[in-house]
Design a protein. Structure first.
Length: 283
């Protein structure tokens, strides 16, 4: 170990060099390597006796020195750190290739208001897009008819029928409302039957899968009343005929194309007045 005199001379040389570089009147923000060197030298002098005036002068600038600030990076270095922009396909649609890019796109969709209000985090948007891809739907356009209800990813509207049409397994689907005529008989409610003035008594969905027999499902006014849907505030009050149609369709699709919908919940079937703690004969 150097003696006190040698250490003191070394410290003085280093301090004078630093003072010449930064100025004695400034709070010296030296590099961590120089600070550590001077700290060791000051400690060695203090262990051998009273510090020299040079050591005392260096103490407040070295021991209390602010951490060295990183130098501004050149524009080339910043460009390397910044993630590259998302790529576009031939239609001008964003293409993601990894989870990081998918998260960036999910944030963009939420910021733009393109995700429904029930989506609260970018991760929920990512999960929804993955689910839509898995059933062959466009993850951009189909996103507007998705949501989260009670923590479950849910689709609504015509999206479930779109899954079936995308599968290329649908032979045909016929949907209509019916009413009760003056003779008490059921009749298809349409212009040709001249009975549009009669109230809707129910909805029927006839669906046929290729290679299978036709399946028919219905949902009546009595079914809606029994399940507590009739008169409920919202679409069941504003558009009761449409809601009966969607309920009949949901039952028909669920019973014939369960391998296509892959268990994805639908608002019209899973979250419209059904008590999940009890069995429901209408479902």
């Amino acid at each position: 170990m150097p003696n006190s005199k040698q250490t003191d001379e070394t410290l003085q040389d280093d301090y004078e060099a630093l003072a010449a570089e930064y100025g004695e009147d400034e709070q010296v923000a030296v590099s961590s390597e120089k600070v550590e060197t001077l700290r060791r030298q000051i400690k060695a002098i203090e262990q051998q006796g009273k510090p020299t005036p040079q050591a005392e002068a260096a103490r407040p600038q070295v021991l209390d020195a602010a951490p060295a600030q990183p130098k501004p990076q050149p524009a080339q270095a910043v460009a390397k750190v910044r993630p590259p922009p998302l790529k576009l396909d031939e239609h001008g649609t964003y293409v993601t290739t990894n989870q990081h890019e998918e998260h960036i796109l999910a944030c963009m969709l939420m910021d733009a208001g393109a995700a429904p209000a029930s989506f609260s985090t970018p991760v929920q948007v990512m999960v929804a897009r993955q689910a839509l891809r898995s059933v062959g739907l466009n993850p951009y356009t189909a996103l507007r008819q998705c949501g989260y209800i009670n923590g479950a990813f849910t689709v609504y509207g015509d999206l479930e029928l779109a899954m079936v049409r995308q599968s290329n397994q649908l032979d045909y689907i016929h949907e209509f409302h019916y009413c009760v005529d003056d003779e008490g008989k059921y009749a298809k409610r349409c212009f040709a039957n001249n009975n549009l003035h009669l109230p809707v008594a129910g909805a029927v969905c006839q669906i046929k899968r290729k290679g299978c027999e036709e399946y028919e499902a219905s949902f009546t006014l009595q079914d809606a009343q029994q399940s507590g849907l009739w008169g409920r505030k919202g679409p069941w009050t504003s558009f009761p005929a449409r809601m009966m149609q969607m309920r009949a369709r949901a039952v028909a699709i669920r019973n014939t194309f369960s391998d296509v919908t892959m268990g994805i919940a639908t608002q019209e079937y899973d979250f419209e007045g059904i008590d999940h703690g009890k069995s429901n004969g209408n479902a």
